[in-house]
Ligand binder design. Structure first.
Ligand code: NDP
Length: 328
């Protein structure tokens, strides 16, 4: 089977040469182990951080080892009493067609009403990220206006739909006409601003006539500054991501004074540090997806060899929805 390892650390932009495709033979299972054939692997912005040898909330990815990542697949051999051949499982088996596990970090999933791939998106880590930032940090009331950047993506799309269900006016920010049309017409946001149209400040002002009560920030830089400029008093900001700076760009906040004048609260968070809330959040998200009340969209690259280009594309906004790699 094939896997992708980190070959070198990027200098600025990620390039295909930072990765290496390798072939391995399937190992003999030891007692307690099981073998999983991965059907999909997840590509996520956080992986850019792990490629860096810098102090962060998580240890760096080791060079020469399988790239870290979430996977969903099927058990194809088992010497572990808790798992049977045919079980569908989610885990962190990395950028790899197969993986051996002791079962400790694997979870069985039910695909009767929820497609397997959704466990990497709306009913997985990205969905939980949206749910956490919205319900635990932004805590919007019905009638309030919320703004979410990277609105068409895995996280942003869930933030906006949950916000609508809470009775909020929801405004998205996304790159391009197609993404914005999808956000409004398919996901049901009240408005979506195309920041690439070159009129971000004025367009956002027009879409938020009553100001902004809470922001879910995924991007940073000019996009974040535009939202800050329209914040209402006692506004809340869930700082989820700063993808505009993941290649080393220095991001600053121009409008720092507004934190004082509008008595704003901003809190950053890392979803994996809140495992106690995952069962509750995943149950809610799973129920919504199973009943068609939470929509999602996927960008699917075919085959493991396509993963590096797809990942580089994700960091440039080429994905449209949750970025996955289909392995089988
Ligand atoms: P998305 O599916 O939203 O894909 C990333 C999107 O970001 C792109 O499609 C693009 O959308 C936008 N983007 C990329 N580069 C830039 C750029 N330079 N400037 C502006 N926009 C850019 O990814 P996710 O939903 O998985 O993640 C969204 C954010 O959430 C990321 O910042 C990620 O790091 C963060 N995150 C944080 C977690 C936490 O625990 N704190 C957990 C999970 C995710 P567009 O074309 O619209 O610009």
């Amino acid at each position: 089977y094939q896997r992708i390892v980190l070959a070198s650390r990027p200098k600025g932009q990620v390039v295909p040469e930072n990765f290496r495709l390798e072939s391995l033979s399937v190992p003999e299972l030891k007692d307690g182990e099981l073998l999983v054939r991965n059907h999909y692997m997840s590509l996520d912005p956080y992986m850019r951080g792990r490629m860096e040898d810098a102090k962060s909330y998580a240890a760096p990815q080791v060079i020469g080892e399988t790239m870290i990542g979430g996977t969903v697949g099927e058990v194809v051999a088992s010497k572990n009493a808790k798992f049977n051949v045919g079980d569908k499982v989610i885990g962190m088996l990395g950028w790899s067609e197969m993986g051996v596990s002791d079962g400790l970090l694997l979870r069985k999933v039910d695909t009767t009403h929820i497609p397997l791939s959704a466990y990497l998106g709306a009913v997985g880590m990205p969905g939980l990220t949206a749910w956490y930032g919205l319900t635990q940090i932004m805590q919007p009331k019905a009638g309030e206006t919320i703004v979410v950047s990277a609105a068409s993506g895995a996280v942003g799309s869930v933030v906006g739909q949950l916000g609508k269900q809470m009775g909020c006016r929801v405004v998205g920010i996304a790159g391009g006409v197609d993404k914005c049309a999808y956000v409004v017409h398919e996901l049901g946001f009240d408005a979506c601003i195309d920041y690439k149209a070159g009129n971000l400040e004025a367009d956002l002002a027009a879409a938020t006539p009553g100001g902004i009560d809470a922001v879910f920030e995924n991007v940073g830089g000019e996009i974040f500054d535009a939202s800050l400029a329209h914040m209402n008093a006692f506004g809340r900001i869930a700082l989820c991501g700063l993808i505009a700076g993941y290649n080393g760009e220095q991001l600053s906040i121009k409008n720092a004074r507004i934190f004082l004048t509008m008595r704003l609260t901003m809190r950053g968070f890392i979803v994996s540090e809140h495992m106690d809330l995952w069962p509750q959040g995943l149950k809610e998200l799973g129920g919504l997806v199973a009943t068609g009340k939470l929509k999602f969209r996927e960008s699917v690259a075919e085959g493991i060899a396509a993963a590096p280009e797809a990942f580089i594309g994700l960091l440039k906004g080429k994905n449209f929805g949750k970025q996955l790699v289909k392995l089988i």
